[in-house]
Design a protein around this ligand. Structure first.
Ligand code: ATP
Ligand code: MG
Length: 572
């Protein structure tokens, strides 16, 4: 490709709404342009890099035995109702109406579609296992689209769905995908690592997210350098001891705490109740009903863990009025001690760390009062005990006791063992050898292809611009003749090297712009081509050209050796 024949609108400055470096570089290097918030056009170079990521994804998916198909983006709402996700995923579903006012759902993912296909086409164990995948546009009504391609409204995802006869077989399919993902991200030049992930509403043991460490990442990962434990903070646990028991008082005792409405205020004199001796009482609304959550005063509720226990992600903090209606008191004086409860039919979820705790302090359900001497298991009717707290850095690792750390990261992929949730909902069953009908055991596996592309930029850059890894660069080599007159020796040689490299299957761009060398070099560095070949009259007079790997040292090479020298770098 000749530079002037394509479109590479580089910018000196990034538009003001680009917050993170990779987003700025995508715009400055002329790879994408914004149409609306979370909606982008891929310009020619951006598309080339995207296609390379897609090709790596396809290659490894095919190699792992998955088969490609393509499902519609326009989906009838009935299948989303059938799976229950019309409700549970309603926050992110884009819906459109046709001219007859009939509603459609735009694909946010495709479990519903693929399971319907499987239900129709698979009926014998002989057809299994199968793993179907597609690379396609997805739509999600994100509350906060931001950071360019990282959190977009419209983006490209590779999604795969495996169907197996048994749990064991499904586990093998899962492992194949896990291994394929490891290879995919490595081939993209990314340093990715897998972490245990929240299994959310579906539950189950097997889910991993593939993460790219980055300060700008929207995820927090808890990890232990000593034993390798790593988990999303939504799922992570630690080896912290439970609450120390004290001598249990005879009965809870009410005491006045005028104006005290925070854990912190109660730790101060004259009360001096340490936060770890307090029970924090939170009220949420799920499915239009109030739910009480109890957490130790010095802990934070982990909403992802709570969602998993509730069985839905659709819940919210109760308003002041709803709280008063449910509890008979205002925030700051709330408690779940049974004898003080206004309504006793409200579910109470309690964090495991409170199990067996006594000598605790909590709100009295009466504004301006608290209770001492609370023994949680004696005085509070807990509906469900669960791990509901968020791990903090510095806590001991549950596996080895060493200190846990927390780092930020970008989630680029997700593998998930689904079990039979969808196959049962859609009747995707097979007949086993004995003729018995059984639901297929499923797994699903997603890679954010466009997010991965941006993650590469987030990880591979310097002050001058992008440093593309060879495998995903829009062009591998940029040839920069300093004189572009077609009769000039530099241009003639540039064209010859261009032809030779192209013949060898290398993606080459020739910068034929009539611009100052400084401008051309700056642009080449900004766009980040892995190898630049500079052809100037001065070095030509010595029979040499200059080769410069992006981010590496410039080397002078004899003109006759130019192509070989480039090939050596490409194959290094
Ligand atoms: P997140 O937690 O970031 O919202 P998710 O858990 O909703 O992601 P999945 O449903 O697991 O995402 O989708 C698979 C992959 O699709 C993710 O690992 C991510 O790489 C990508 N992805 C999800 N949402 C977006 C988005 N809004 N923009 C770009 N990529 C996305
Ligand atoms: Mg995910």
């Amino acid at each position: 490709m000749y530079w002037t024949k394509t479109l590479i609108p580089t910018l000196r400055e990034a538009p003001a709404d680009a917050e993170i470096l990779s987003h700025k570089l995508l715009l400055r290097a002329g790879l994408i342009r914004k149409l609306a918030g979370g909606v982008y056009t891929f310009l020619p170079l951006g598309l080339r890099a995207l296609r390379k990521v897609e090709q790596i994804v396809r290659d490894e998916m095919n190699r792992a035995g998955a088969i490609e198909l393509l499902m519609p983006a326009l989906q009838p709402p009935e299948i989303w109702q059938q799976s229950g996700r019309y409700e549970t995923a309603r926050d992110v579903l884009f819906k459109v109406k046709d001219s007859a006012s009939r509603e459609w759902v735009l694909s946010a993912t495709a479990e519903e579609v693929i399971t319907s296909v499987a239900a129709g086409e698979i009926n014998s164990y002989r057809q299994l296992p199968k793993n179907f995948y597609q690379v396609s546009v997805k739509f999600r009504d994100e509350i906060r689209p931001r950071f360019g391609l990282m959190r977009a409204r419209e983006f490209i995802m590779k999604d795969a769905y495996s169907f197996d006869v048994t749990d064991e077989a499904a586990q093998a399919s899962y492992q194949k995908m896990y291994d394929a993902y490891t290879k995919i991200f490595a081939r993209c030049g990314l340093k990715a690592f897998a972490v245990e992930a929240d299994t959310g509403v579906i539950g189950g043991k097997y889910s991993h997210e593939f993460m790219i460490p980055a300060e700008t990442g929207e995820n927090e990962v808890v990890f232990c350098e000593a034993c390798g434990y790593a988990a999303n903070i939504e799922k992570a646990t630690s080896g912290l001891p439970t609450t120390a028991s004290r001598e249990a008082g005879a009965t809870p005792e009410k005491f006045a705490t005028p104006g005290v409405v925070t854990i912190e205020a109660l730790t101060k004199g004259p009360y001096s109740v340490a936060a770890n001796r307090q029970i924090k009482t939170l009220v949420y609304i799920a499915d239009s009903k109030a739910v009480i959550v109890l957490i130790r005063g010095d802990d934070q509720l982990n909403e992802a863990k709570f969602a998993g226990k509730l069985g839905t992600t659709v819940f919210r903090a109760a308003t002041a009025e709803e709280i008063f209606d449910a509890m008979g008191a205002h925030p700051g004086s709330l408690g779940a001690v049974t004898s003080t409860r206004k309504k006793t039919d409200i579910q109470v979820f309690a964090d495991e760390r409170l199990r067996g705790a006594n000598g605790m302090t909590t709100g009295a359900n009466e504004d301006g009062f608290h209770l001492n001497n609370v023994s949680i298991e004696r005085d509070i009717q807990v509906t469900q005990w669960a791990d509901l707290r968020t791990v903090n850095a510095g806590e001991p690792c549950a596996k080895c006791g060493k200190t846990l750390k927390i780092r930020r990261a970008i989630e680029v992929g997700h593998v998930f063992k689904l079990g039979t949730k969808y196959s049962e909902a859609f009747n995707a069953a097979y007949l086993d050898e004995a003729g018995a009908r059984k639901p297929c055991v499923m797994g699903c596996y997603g890679i954010g292809v466009t997010r991965t592309l941006q993650a590469v930029i987030e990880q591979c850059n310097d002050k001058d611009g992008i440093i593309w890894p060879l495998n995903v660069a829009p062009y591998t080599v940029c040839i920069t003749p300093l004189n572009v007159d077609i009769n000039n020796e530099a241009m003639k040689l540039a064209e010859k090297i261009y032809a030779d490299l192209t013949a060898r299957g290398i993606d080459v761009i020739l910068d034929d712009r009539d611009e100052r060398p400084g401008v051309k070099f700056k642009d080449a560095d900004l766009v980040g081509f892995p190898i630049r070949v500079g052809i100037g009259e001065k070095s030509l007079a010595k029979g040499e050209i200059e080769i410069k790997p992006r981010g590496g040292a410039l080397q002078a090479v004899k003109t006759a050796d130019a192509v070989e020298a480039v090939m050596k770098l490409v194959n290094a």
